[in-house]
Design a protein around this ligand. Structure first.
Ligand code: ZN
Ligand code: ZN
Length: 139
């Protein structure tokens, strides 16, 4: 993750009145390059390995502060909310079986089709089976 992004996130947390604890900074680091679109629980489980005392509430309020300033996106794809550190406009492909969420970069094409159009949000969700689950379903 670029230094400037990290600075932006740290600034967001400060702006939200949250103390910049080691736990929160570790969370920013851990989540920034995460492509798995984790739920707060999943992120919490991962952080617990490094910070056994970290609370789910800390993870939640850090994520909502980052969401509030647009440093990450909250995704409602059914089930628990997922969080996406990639805020460039893109779609999602969701596996009905294992729940894996992958990025689909269609929005870039939309922007290219309508020159000058600035895409702010894309809501489309592709649902189906990921390659692994499709393979498993066939045997
Ligand atoms: Zn799957
Ligand atoms: Zn995404």
């Amino acid at each position: 993750m670029a230094e400037s992004d990290q600075a932006k996130w740290v600034e967001a947390l400060r702006g939200a009145g949250l103390r910049l604890t080691r736990q929160r900074l570790a969370m920013v680091e851990c989540f920034a390059d995460d492509v798995s679109h984790p739920t707060a629980q999943a992120l919490h489980a991962r952080l617990c390995a490094r910070f056994p005392g970290i609370s789910v509430a800390t993870v939640y309020n850090t994520l909502s502060a980052l969401t509030a300033i647009g440093a990450c996106r909250k995704l409602e794809l059914g089930g628990a909310s997922r969080f996406d550190p990639n805020v460039t406009p893109h779609d999602h492909a969701v596996c009905d079986d294992c729940g894996r969420v992958r990025d689909v970069q269609r929005a870039r094409r939309a922007a290219a089709t309508v020159p000058g159009f600035e895409v702010h949000r894309v809501e489309r969700v592709f649902r189906g089976l990921c390659a692994q689950c499709a393979r498993a379903a066939r045997v």
